[in-house]
Design a protein around this ligand. Structure first.
Ligand code: SF4
Length: 443
């Protein structure tokens, strides 16, 4: 089990029965992990226990009832799901104290019940890997795939290493098993997340694991290679521009994984990057971006930056604006620096006054909006695959390969009411603003 924060609420989990039931379990576990819960194998001390039951034959019914009894005795707060859950009365007769019962394939309800009966993990924009909206249930057609916990860096504005410890990579076989089950359960897009995706496997010296009876190295490139065999969209988040990232760009150019990189760069002034204790150098980042685009012209680059970090002068800020003008990133998030309790940056001299932070934030956003808008304008008249997220009586809303859910823009398909959530269709882009696109299905 990974070294998750000790303050995270804990969920005891027991899964019984056939592989189909395992798919449900996997989905529930994926969601719990993404939401910030810690899954534990013992009942004692857990905030809640989930028993995923089997009711196929009498033996399985007995085994499930015993598991529920054991969880009630050792913990007391138990929710039941799975095949036996379809026979609620049978469970209630033996175990009236069970909090909630749901049948098979009802992971949404299970997660709702978890949110009701267990304390909610605290949402902190500085430590959470998914947007605040991610706490609401992820729709069935996409899923976050968490590949590691913790981080080996010590960025001065961040408290993750002190909360979650050093990098702790999940075994590659278990990550790929989870991904495969998610794909089999109908997931069409996997969003790979961790604090530092490009560092995957560093802590275990890129040990060779096994998957499908084959040796597979624990590193980002091998992970991407294997994920590409699942026939679903694979999107990479939180990738640092280390040299080996160059090796995933050809996979993007070949269409194996989405041509999308989320690289949190945070600043462009060497002095500020040093004060932040960030890896990498700006010139090399620009060169690298140029090379990546030569290899994969379709590449979408998303990044986040902090303005108003302690010691940031007008000159440092101008470097950041120059970097934006040159890098022409597609999607950019910007935060005004604010101290996080326990972060070492709090002790730095020359804190930037709030009004200057505010002013710089607006200057930054204004420039980036022009760049993003131009990049979207360039898409008008072209055709792209779009995954459908929502359909109502007015039309459908989807995302192109360049748009991650919740954080990037969307593609509006007015009048396209016959599409279904999770469909991937070819769309001709007809219009654009600073964030979103409009188009219709290419027929
Ligand atoms: S890379 Fe830096 S910002 Fe990201 S989790 Fe690690 S310490 Fe925090």
């Amino acid at each position: 089990m990974s070294n998750t924060t000790s303050t995270a609420p804990t969920i005891g989990f027991v899964s019984l029965g056939c592989p189909k039931n395992l798919v449900d379990s996997e989905r529930i576990l994926t969601e719990l992990r993404t939401d910030g819960y810690q899954v534990v194998s013992s009942y004692e001390g857990a905030d809640l226990v989930i028993v995923n039951t089997c009711g196929f034959i009498e033996g399985a019914v007995q085994e499930s009832l015993e598991a529920i009894g054991e969880a009630l005795a050792e913990n007391g707060k138990v929710i039941v799901t799975g095949c036996l859950g379809a026979k609620e009365n049978q469970i209630r007769e033996v175990h009236p104290k069970v909090l909630e019962i749901t049948g098979p394939h009802s992971y949404e309800q299970v997660l709702k019940h978890v949110h009701t009966y267990a304390p909610k993990p605290e949402y902190n924009p500085f430590t959470s890997l998914v947007p605040a909206q991610g706490i609401k249930l992820t729709p069935k057609h996409y899923a976050y795939l968490k590949i590691s916990e913790g981080c080996n860096h010590r960025c001065t504005f961040c408290i993750i290493p002190s909360m979650r410890g050093d990098l702790d990579s999940r075994p590659i076989g278990s990550v790929l098993d989870e991904a495969k089950r998610l794909a089999e359960a109908g997931v069409k897009e996997l969003l790979v997340i961790s604090q530092d995706t490009s560092a995957y496997g560093v802590d275990i010296k890129h040990r060779t694991g096994f998957w499908n009876g084959q040796p597979v190295k624990t590193d980002m490139v091998s992970l991407c290679e294997q994920l590409s065999s699942l026939g679903v969209w694979v999107r990479l988040h939180y990738v640092y521009p280390y040299p080996h990232v160059d090796n995933v760009i050809p996979l993007m150019a070949e269409g194996k994984i989405l041509p999308y990189l989320d690289i949190p760069l945070q600043h462009a002034s060497p002095k500020i990057l040093k004060a932040m204790k960030r890896p990498g150098s700006v010139e090399r980042t620009l060169e690298r971006i140029k090379r990546w685009r030569e290899i994969c012209p379709e590449l979408t680059l998303r990044s986040t930056f902090i303005v108003g970090f302690p010691g940031e002068t007008e000159e440092d800020f101008a470097m950041l604006l120059d970097f934006l003008s040159e890098a022409k990133l597609d999607r950019v998030g910007c935060f005004k620096y604010s101290p996080v309790e326990g972060a070492t940056a709090n002790e730095l001299d020359d804190q930037v006054p709030e009004d200057i932070k505010e002013q710089r934030f607006h200057r930054f956003m204004q420039l980036q909006q022009q760049i993003s808008a131009q990049r979207l304008q360039d898409k008008i008249g072209l055709t792209y695959p779009v995954i459908i997220d929502e359909v109502d009586e007015e039309g459908a809303i989807g995302r192109s390969m360049a748009d991650a859910p919740e954080i990037d823009g969307v593609v509006y398909l007015n009048g396209e009411t016959s599409l279904k959530t999770g469909d991937i269709v070819q769309v001709r882009i007809e219009n654009a603003d600073e964030y979103d696109l409009w188009g219709s299905v290419a027929r």
